[in-house]
Design a protein around this ligand. Structure first.
Ligand code: ZN
Length: 272
């Protein structure tokens, strides 16, 4: 089985119709949808277009962002998560990825409490819609505003607290590759059947933008093949999702960027 999946945001300059045409043309079997890719179109029309495409929809990105010092804002955040659960269900995406959020005006512990409470609130709604929630730990450089869950251990703690088939973890090599506990924590995640998604890219050296300068697999310093092997050994057999945010690549020809991704994917996985 070809386990290649690409996130729509990787080819951000392309709209949904073009993404479908190109991924079909290059035999990419699966797609993870970012919210911006269906903006203006709506989930129902996007679903009809996607259904005709034959592409498998792997995940919907990205909900979460639960913490806020202001209670009314936290309530808005819950509403947004519920809307995205409904959209994931309409799109036929079985997993909704959570970038859990953080408020720099309060402690990380406090933000984590609000994340726990937020997931607790939306989890029954997600279960009703048969949508799994994947907690994605983010690199600690994003602990100010994007996530107070910064290691795979912390994501495992949170997922195990819920002990539910509707809550698990998304492992993204970009966020966790540096962690000395990574292999152990991947095994732990697998033992608890909590690996819901696996995101790949590479860390460009030197990185010029900490958000929008990701690299194609094999061109940076992340041992993507080794980490992928650990994830497979932990029992994961789902798609490997290429997620590359890059101002550099978005300015370039998207066809050649996509061809380079596919070649890199084959070199990373097919030779092993
Ligand atoms: Zn990711």
């Amino acid at each position: 089985m070809n386990r290649l999946c690409i996130h729509s945001i990787t080819n951000k300059p392309w709209n949904l119709d073009t993404l479908i045409e190109k991924y079909n043309g290059y035999n990419v079997p699966a797609l993870t949808i970012w919210e911006d890719a269906i903006e203006g179109l709506g989930a129902k029309r996007a679903r009809d277009t996607l259904a005709r495409s034959g592409l498998e929809i792997v995940s919907y990105c990205r909900a979460g962002f639960f913490p806020d010092r202001v209670a009314a804002k936290r309530a808005e955040n819950i509403d947004r998560n519920k809307r995205m659960i409904e959209e994931a269900s309409i799109l036929g995406a079985p997993v909704l990825v959570l970038v859990c959020g953080a408020d720099p005006g309060q402690s990380l512990e406090h933000s984590r409490d609000q994340i726990r409470s937020g997931i607790e609130t939306v989890m029954p709604f997600a279960a009703d819609h048969s949508i799994k929630l994947a907690i994605e730990p983010l690199h600690p450089m994003y602990a100010d505003t994007r996530s107070a869950i910064n290691t795979l251990a912390a994501a495992n703690d949170m997922a195990e607290y819920f002990d539910s088939e509707w809550v698990g973890v998304a492992i993204d090599v970009y966020h966790v590759w540096w962690d000395p506990e990574l292999k152990d924590q991947i095994q732990r995640c697998g033992r608890n059947k909590n690996i819901l998604a696996f995101h790949i890219c590479d860390w460009k050296v030197p990185t010029e933008d900490l958000l929008l300068d990701r690299e194609i697999m094999g061109l940076g310093c992340i041992p993507v093949t080794e980490i992928s092997r650990w994830v497979d050994e932990a029992g994961f057999d789902g798609f490997r999702e290429v997620e590359i945010f890059s101002n550099r690549y978005w300015k370039q020809d998207q066809d050649s960027f996509l061809r380079n991704i596919i070649t890199a994917y084959q070199e990373t996985f097919d030779k092993s």
